[in-house]
Design a protein around this ligand. Structure first.
Ligand SMILES: *Cc1c(COP(=O)(O)O)cnc(C)c1O
Length: 452
């Protein structure tokens, strides 16, 4: 280990407060410092290589330091680094919006830019409420949300979230929502233990809530197909379509949070497309700029957009905006990333990798301490349990997920768990060999931690 690495470690521990991290543990342990990236690999200051098993917090698509993306970024920085969208238009943000309109579900053609998933969701929530106000329904001020949902860490996004361990501290600061049960088949709150034969009691539960509360609600907020941060919880087939029908029946705006699922992660460009669902508002971020730069958009239907038009004096303007909205560097990379989806034939090549992942998960699912394996395209969760027959969870303090990831690290894999769920979420450009390497390593680590 070099003197330089040691110096960086000391400075990191003295000055950097890491997100979602107990800093007392962080200070005690030796930490990896990443210096370079190459394809699906991260390389630390000592030259050690780690396969990026979580796509750098679910953002990376084409691998790190991809030359075409680097060139697009360099070309843009020589032309313009940033100019505001408040009062001015800018080239790259226009080209990107027009390009995205071609691939988002039909009718979602109006792009409100911001810079991260949380802001995209804040925008969605405020937009939905103001829409109702302009339609003469100021009393429609609440939102229907799901248990176990995650929509970001700003207060509005936290309010529509449903993960107690992250959110309960902030309860006094949050607005209340109408919370429906999560479609979490392995631990169904409604007492089903057969994910095929249940007939989706969670949809019935949702409908009862809507019957009672919809008239005071502006919209419903959902992560389509996959509750990511909640533990890679995959919804039963047909669930999303039924939610869309219920939103229609009860006159709610459907807000789809595609921050994690967008840009190919589920095997199609957007998760909603698996069930031909068109939401009224859609939030996109993580993969949009291929993991290079912070960028997000809240995409609105024409109907939503039109509700904000009026005379200046009517105050129908959407009074919201962020300083770096529509940043040209991020937009230029996002445009090039969309080119690469086409030239690399990315989604088509992804299909066989998704099948490989499914085959491997089936084997891992038979391990004595693997309770459930869940997959949605190129995202998967492996839920570890202390006792398989009773589905008894490992106590939280045992940090089983963390221990498996520390073991995997020794084998050249970086992964980050969600509680007791081990996550598989590599860059979409991962090669077949790298995917096997990742799954071999995680499999060995699960065995060694749970069966030793
Ligand atoms: C990550 C995530 C967010 C929040 O995005 P940030 O960029 O971290 O603010 C919102 N929704 C979903 C579904 C996410 O996975």
């Amino acid at each position: 280990m070099t003197v330089y690495t040691e110096r960086l470690r000391t400075l990191d521990k003295r000055h950097v407060w890491h997100p979602f991290t107990q800093m007392q543990d962080w200070d005690r342990d030796e930490q990896i410092i990443i210096e370079r990236g190459e394809g699906c690999w991260l390389i630390d200051t000592d030259g050690k290589r780690y396969l990026d098993g979580v796509a750098s917090m679910w953002t990376n698509v084409h691998g790190h330091c991809r030359s075409e993306l680097n060139e697009a970024l360099k070309a843009q920085v020589e032309r313009l680094e940033h100019s505001t969208l408040l009062g001015l238009a800018s080239e790259q943000s226009i080209l990107l919006a027009a390009r995205l309109a071609e691939i988002t579900p039909p009718g979602l053609d109006r792009f409100f830019y911001s810079d991260n998933g949380s802001t995209a969701m804040e925008v969605a929530v405020k937009m939905a409420y103001q829409f109702q106000v302009h339609h003469g329904h100021p009393e429609r001020s609440r939102f229907v949300t799901f248990k176990n949902a995650y929509h970001g860490d700003t207060l509005g996004a936290v309010s529509v979230g449903g993960i107690d361990i992250y959110h309960s501290t902030f309860k006094p600061l949050m607005f209340e929502t109408i919370q429906a049960p999560a479609p979490y088949c392995y631990r169904c709150e409604l007492g089903c233990d057969d994910r095929l034969a249940c007939g989706m009691k969670c949809i019935d539960a949702l409908e009862s809530l809507l019957m009672e509360h919809a008239s005071c609600c502006a919209g419903l907020v959902i992560e389509p197909l996959l509750q990511g941060a909640g533990g890679m919880i995959v919804q039963p087939a047909g669930f999303l379509g039924r939610v869309r029908e219920l939103c229609n029946r009860y006159d709610l705006l459907m807000i789809a949070d595609e921050v994690a699922t967008g840009f190919g992660r589920t095997g199609k460009m957007f998760a909603c497309q698996h069930e031909d669902v068109v939401p009224d508002i859609m939030a996109i971020s993580k993969g949009i700029a291929a993991g290079y730069l912070p960028l997000a958009a809240t995409v609105a239907s024409e109907e939503v957009y039109a509700a904000f038009l009026g005379e200046y004096s009517e105050l129908k303007t959407f009074f919201h905006g962020h300083t770096f909205t529509g940043n040209p560097l991020a937009c230029a990379v996002a445009l090039k990333s969309l080119d690469l989806f086409v030239t690399d034939n990315l989604l088509e090549l992804l299909q066989s990798k998704i099948l490989t992942l499914a085959e491997r998960l089936e084997v891992i699912g038979m391990f004595p301490h693997v309770g459930d394996v869940r997959q949605c395209g190129m995202a998967a969760g492996i839920e570890l349990v202390e006792e398989k027959a009773s589905r008894r969870a490992y106590p939280w303090e045992q940090r089983l997920g963390v221990r498996v990831c520390l073991e995997a690290r020794k084998q050249g894999i970086f992964s980050r768990p969600l509680g007791n769920t081990v996550v598989v979420y590599p860059p979409l450009a991962i090669s077949n060999m790298e995917l096997e390497f990742l799954l071999d390593g995680l499999q060995r680590s699960i065995k060694s931690v749970t069966e030793s």
